[in-house]
Design a protein around this ligand. Sequence first.
Ligand code: GUN
Length: 292
Amino acid sequence: MQILDGKIVSKAVKLKTKDKTELFKAAGNRAPHLAAILVGSDGASETYVASKVKNCEEVGFKSSLIRFDENINEAELIDAIKKLNTDDSVDGILVQLPLPKQIDEEKIISLINPEKDVDGFHPVSIGKMVQGLPTFIPATPYGILLMLEHYKIETSGKHAVVIGRSNIVGRPISILLSRNTYPGNCTVTVCHSRTTNLKEICLQADIIVAALGIPEFLKADMVKENAVVIDVGITRVKDDTKKSGFALKGDVDFANVAPKCSFITPVPGGVGLMTIAALLMNTFTACENKFK
Ligand code: GUN
């Protein structure tokens, strides 16, 4: 069994992005600029956004964090996005999800200029992704592809089972793994909360992507020998032994599943780190596209 190490791969991706940014700036261009919008003060969202901002600094990007109160009304948020859309100094716009319930998430996302949609959530970005056209691929699925590529994992002709059908991970990774490219060319089965024979389907999988958000859901008796297991789960569970008061748990029962796998991602230290690295790549591309 080999660990798919998000620390190693994300570091390599970030270093490449940093080098490209230095060359880009040396050629007389300004630094790529990511603007992140955070509404409210949800603990997990705070952590993610802080990490995104910190990582931007690390690779030489500019970043702006725009914060709004939990009770913001939709019109104010729309106004902020419209301003960022027309601000030439901003290359990428990211609205951290989830948004409070008075705000229509789909409406907000669809207002982002697709050229600045570094999260790849805009319907135009998704449409292009489905058609295999160049576009921004959502950061977590993109991070998974980068990881498979780094470890040269064979995907062609493999049966990939994706558990979860969210717009952020499950749906896009299922489309990406079926594309006629590398990584890709998988036969993909998408499972979800209404799937009746999940265990039998998982047992047929060469590659499993667990993205349902239930800690330690995938058990050893659901995984065939030598499978590749990608754990996208990252749930905070109470843990008094930790200084923070919580521990991060994946969707996979790692201790029991890992010995059966050919490759497996840990949590933390796996896909989560790749998400940020992929976001940085998208932001660089958004900036580069502008100056082409
Ligand atoms: N919330 C959970 N994952 C993500 C993500 O990748 N991007 C944004 N904007 N919000 C998220």
